[in-house]
Design a protein around this ligand. Sequence first.
Ligand code: ATP
Ligand code: MG
Length: 253
Amino acid sequence: MSTATLDAAAGKTTSQSAVTPALEISQLQSWYGESHILHNVDLTVNKGEVVTLLGRNGAGRTTTLRSIMGLVGARRGSIKINGVETIAMPTYKIAHQAVGYCPEERGIFSSLSTEENLLLPPSVSKTDKGMSIEEIYDMFPNLKERRNSQGTRLSGGEQQMLAVARILRTGARLLLLDEISEGLAPVIVQTLARMITTLKAKGYTIVMVEQNFRFAAPLADRFYVMEHGQIVESFAAAELESKTQKLNELLGV
Ligand SMILES: Nc1ncnc2c1ncn2[C@@H]1O[C@H](COP(=O)(O)OP(=O)(O)OP(=O)(O)O)[C@@H](O)[C@H]1O
Ligand SMILES: [Mg+2]
């Protein structure tokens, strides 16, 4: 391809990205077997935004992330990723829309070393090669120190960093992170907060499911609150103060 064609292609991508959301969910319904869990969820995330999904236990936040990845029994409605409809796609094709899912259980290969875990992920993007091992180690010096340690020997915090680092290796630009701060020491939670800030500065789009409101509050551009499989509230960071009482009621904190 000539340079001019490349430039034209890049220009087209830029102008499209100004209007097309990274993620646009409308009227999403999801089931696990006979259990109807999500009821007409609408949620939009613009490119480069950090959006937090809040809610009590069992509200449907994990199910929302799993639905985006096609990991539920059945889905109905619309889930567009960079404008591409994915509702009928199998999971591997959804991942190849440059989506990275970090599940709550992290999924580290325990018999492999840190570095082997980092060398494993396939590329999911045609345009983005993903972070190099060096970039990953710059961002997470702890992982560099533990590069030869077996997965099982890593602390909870190190495992969490590795789980996120792994999806950064794939070239994913839309990151779905499920409760990454859960159960971790405050110093590790701070490291994860710095990581989110760095990723946002690099232009990643991030959807975070969080129970830890204090972790999410300074990081997110916008918030959605779920209850019984529905979105019951959404607001921007600037409205946070005026929404505090409502949030306390909804989250029972
Ligand atoms: N595999 C499954 N089969 C049937 N029902 C499920 C399954 N997984 C979750 N559910 C149900 O779906 C509802 C939403 O669960 P989900 O895991 O999405 O909640 P959540 O908001 O992530 O909360 P938390 O992580 O705190 O449990 C709950 O009522 C839960 O019991
Ligand atoms: Mg959950």
